[in-house]
Design a binder for this molecule. Structure first.
Ligand code: NAP
Length: 253
């Protein structure tokens, strides 16, 4: 089984890579620099997985395209690499900042998911996007990030609609609030004392790799809220087309 995890150098990506590592699996680990992947690689090898390292700056289209061709025939893709937002009001964000966040958080996953889908159609395969509560809420600051996570979820919905009948399983997994370089650098988490344990998200993604949650393909899963036991029960009865999707909310009257 060949799996690409983007942004595997630290934070949630490292926890996911370690949880997916086992004998018989080839883990393709990505970051901007392969030097940053040393610790994750050691963890994956200790768990018995083979590893291949890739460097690519996903804010650059050409790097994302090259990474997609380097990995080629994957069985699973985890779109984890991402950047946080500007934490400024919409009109204070420059077009360049907005575009940079969208490139890394949406366009790069689009390029990688497209390559993965072409490899997986009629053969089977799984794509996991690291989503966020930002995909389904409104917020005054960081429009670049909020828009990016909503777009990523809608993109996952398109891949699901287009590919599910041909064996493609797409999952949007929000990790809760995990203490990482990203969240430690965000004003909105200043003073926070409650964090989601990274194992809550990595164990869900490990269960997805094992095919345990295929009945939930196309949905938004929330680590820290959805327990793995509950998700297994829900997967067995399969999610309906209106469950955990990005939809217009009704009027309240
Ligand atoms: P993190 O600790 O900041 O790690 C980010 C990862 O993405 C690193 O491996 C980094 O690699 C990579 N990355 C960043 N910019 C890149 C670029 N331009 N090109 C290639 N790789 C790049 O973040 P995290 O908290 O683990 O977040 C992981 C994912 O979960 C993100 O998509 C984030 O939006 C999502 N998420 C996180 C939380 C949370 O609570 N932490 C909540 C909701 C959603 P380098 O080593 O090259 O920098």
């Amino acid at each position: 089984m060949k799996i690409l995890v983007t942004g595997a150098s630290r934070g949630i990506g490292r926890a996911i890579a370690e949880a997916l590592a086992r004998p018989g699996r080839e883990l393709h680990l990505h970051a901007r620099s392969v030097d940053a992947l040393e610790e994750t690689e050691a963890l994956c090898r200790a768990a018995g997985a083979a590893t291949v390292l890739h460097s690519a700056d996903l804010s650059l289209t050409e790097d994302a395209v090259r990474l997609a061709t380097e990995v080629a025939d994957f069985d699973m893709l985890v779109n984890n690499a991402g950047v946080s937002g500007t934490e400024r009001l919409p009109w204070e964000i420059t077009p360049e900042e907005f575009a940079q966040t969208l490139m890394t958080n949406v366009l790069a996953p689009f390029i990688l998911s497209s390559a993965a889908a072409r490899a997986m159609l009629d053969r089977g395969g799984r794509i996991v996007d690291l989503s966020s509560g930002a995909a389904v809420t409104d917020r005054a600051d960081s429009a670049d990030y909020w828009v990016s996570k909503t777009a990523l979820m809608r993109l996952g919905g398109s891949f699901h609609e287009a590919g599910h009948g041909r064996g493609l399983m797409v999952f949007e997994v929000a990790p809760g609030v995990v203490q990482t370089d990203m969240t430690l650098g965000m004003r909105m988490h200043d003073g926070r004392s409650q964090w989601t344990d990274p194992s809550e998200v990595s164990s869900i993604i490990a269960a997805i790799a094992d095919g345990e949650l295929d009945g939930l393909a196309g949905t938004h899963i929330r680590a820290g809220v959805d327990s793995l036991d509950e998700l297994r029960v829900r997967a067995a009865r399969r999610a309906g087309p209106g469950e955990r999707r990005l939809r217009l909310t009704p009027w309240q009257d």
